[in-house]
Design a protein around this ligand. Structure first.
Ligand code: ADP
Ligand code: ASP
Ligand code: MG
Length: 406
C-alpha cells in the first residue's frame, strides 16, 4: 500500500465529464489499495476570468480582496469531485484551504505555505476517506484567504505530499510530461523520462509553467518524488529526481521562454557610484523584482544607459516609481517595451562545457534575431528578444542543440 497525492490542473477538470474522468483515476489508485489525497485547480479559464473581474473594478486593488475573488474557482471543482466520488461509493469530502488549514504568510496573491495541519486528513485517509483539497489557496495569520501565485496548485500538492509523508506526488496535466521545450510550440520537442530537481527548478523559474517554481523548490528541499503525467492519456510521464539518478546527462536539457517580461531603459543616467543602488533600491522597496540588467559603457565618461527587465505586470508601477527618481538620477528619458520575451537554454552539463552560449548566439544570428539583453548563470543562458520572434527562436535553438526528436 502506498500513499499518493494526485494533482489535477485546470484542463483536467475543465467540465463535469473531465471531473468524472479524474474520479476514475482516483478510483484506480483506491482499487490497488492505495490511500489517496487529491488537489484540484479551478476549471481552465475560470481563474483568468476571476482576475479579469478584479481588474475591471479596480486597477490598484487590495490584494486581500483579489485573493478572496480568485480563490473561488477551486471551491467549485473540489465540491464536484467529492460528489462524483461519493456517487461511485468512495468516501470523500472537500476541503478548502482554511478548513485544513493550510497556513501561509500574509503576502497576498503570492503567499508562501508555512505549515499544513494534516493530522485530521491523515486520520481520515487511514480510515479510507479521500480528501479533495482546493489548491492555490491558504489562510494567513490574520485569518484571511491567501493565494499562492498563478499555477499555485502544484505547490499545494507538493506541500501536502510532504506533510502527509506521501510516497508519490503525481501532477496530472494536459501534456504527458516535461519536454525539452514547450511541445505546443515546438512539435519536435522530446519528452524527458527524468529531469533533475535543479534543471526543473531552473526551467520553472525561467517560465516553463508545467510546474510552479515553488513546487519544485519544495520537492527538492524535502526529497519529495514528483511525476508529471497526462490526465488524458495513459502513458508514462516524467520523473523529477536527484542528479545521481540520471544515467546520461545531456549538455542542454531544455529551452524555456517567458512572455511575462518588460524592458525598461533609463537613458543617460549619471555614471557614478551609488546610481545602481539609487535605481534598484526603490524598486525593491516597491516589491518589484528586477531580472536581467545591462549597463552600457558611457561615451562621455559622465553618463550611461541602464537597461533592465521586470515582470510585465510590474511595469506600470516600476515606471511610476522611476519617474519620481528621474531628476535625482539625472536621467534624460525612461523608455519601456513589453513586446519582449526571455528565451533561456538550460543544462547542468553547461558549467563544464564551453561554447553553449556561442551556439545560442550563432543560431539566433542566423535567423536575424536581435539579442537585446543577455544574462547567464552556471546552468543557463538567457536572452531577451522581440516577442515576434519567439517561436522561430525556440525552434531554431531546439534544432541547434540537437534536441529535435528523430
Ligand atoms: P495545468 O493547468 O495542468 O496546471 P499548465 O498550463 O499550468 O497546466 O501547464 C501545462 C502546460 O505547460 C502545457 O500545456 C505546455 O504548453 C506548457 N509547457 C511549457 N513548457 C513545457 C515543457 N518544457 N514541457 C511540458 N509542458 C510545457
Ligand atoms: N487556478 C489557479 C491558476 O489558474 C491555480 C492553478 O491552476 O494551479 O493559476
Ligand atoms: Mg499549472
Amino acid at each position: 500500500m502506498a500513499r499518493i497525492v494526485q494533482k489535477f490542473g485546470g484542463t483536467s477538470v475543465a467540465d463535469t465529464d473531465r471531473i468524472r474522468a479524474v474520479a476514475e483515476k482516483v478510483k484506480r489508485e483506491i482499487n490497488v489499495g492505495n490511500e489517496v489525497a487529491v488537489l484540484l485547480s479551478a476549471m481552465s479559464g475560470v481563474t483568468n476570468q476571476l482576475v479579469a473581474y478584479v481588474d475591471d473594478v479596480s486597477n490598484l486593488y487590495d490584494a486581500r480582496e483579489y485573493d478572496t475573488v480568485v480563490s473561488t474557482g477551486e471551491q467549485v471543482t473540489v465540491g464536484l469531485l467529492a460528489l462524483v466520488l461519493q456517487g461511485m461509493g468512495i468516501p470523500a469530502r472537500s476541503w478548502l484551504g482554511w478548513q485544513v488549514p493550510i497556513r501561509t504568510d500574509n503576502v497576498h496573491s503570492k503567499a508562501r505555505i508555512k505549515d499544513i495541519e494534516s493530522a485530521e486528513l491523515d486520520k481520515r485517509m487511514k480510515a479510507g476517506e479521500v480528501p479533495v483539497v482546493a489548491g492555490f489557496q491558504g489562510l494567513s495569520a490574520e485569518n484571511r484567504v491567501t493565494t499562492l501565485g498563478r499555477g499555485g496548485t502544484d505547490t499545494s500538492a507538493v506541500a501536502l505530499a510532504v506533510a502527509l509523508g506521501a510516497d508519490r506526488c503525481d501532477i496530472y496535466t494536459d501534456v504527458d510530461g516535461v519536454y525539452t521545450t514547450d511541445p505546443r510550440i515546438v512539435p519536435h520537442a522530446k519528452k524527458l523520462e527524468r529531469v533533475t530537481y535543479e534543471e526543473m527548478l531552473e526551467m520553472a523559474s525561467l517560465g516553463t509553467k508545467v510546474l510552479q517554481t515553488r513546487a519544485v523548490e519544495m520537492a527538492m528541499k524535502h526529497g519529495q518524488r514528483i511525476q508529471v503525467l497526462s490526465s488524458f492519456e495513459d502513458v508514462p510521464g516524467t520523473l523529477v529526481v536527484d542528479e545521481d539518478e540520471i544515467v546520461e546527462q545531456e549538455l542542454v536539457s531544455g529551452i524555456a521562454y517567458s512572455r511575462d517580461e518588460a524592458k525598461i531603459t533609463l537613458v543617460s543616467v549619471r555614471d557614478q557610484p551609488g546610481v545602481a543602488a539609487a535605481i534598484f533600491g526603490p524598486l525593491s522597496e516597491a516589491s518589484i523584482n528586477v531580472d536581467m540588467i545591462v549597463q552600457s559603457v558611457s561615451g562621455d565618461g559622465e553618463s550611461t544607459d541602464m537597461t533592465f527587465t521586470v515582470a510585465e505586470n510590474d511595469l506600470e508601477r516600476a515606471v511610476e516609481t522611476l519617474k519620481a527618481l528621474k531628476d535625482q538620477l539625472g536621467c534624460d528619458d525612461i523608455m519601456f517595451d513589453s513586446n519582449v520575451v526571455k528565451v533561456s537554454v538550460i543544462g547542468v552539463g553547461m558549467h563544464s562545457h564551453a561554447g553553449v552560449a556561442q551556439t545560442m548566439f550563432g543560431a539566433l544570428a542566423e535567423k536575424g534575431i536581435n539579442i537585446q539583453v543577455i544574462s547567464t548563470s552556471e546552468i543557463k543562458v538567457s536572452v531577451l528578444i522581440d516577442e515576434e520572434y519567439m517561436e522561430l527562436a525556440l525552434r531554431s535553438l531546439h534544432a541547434a542543440y540537437g534536441l529535435d526528436a528523430k
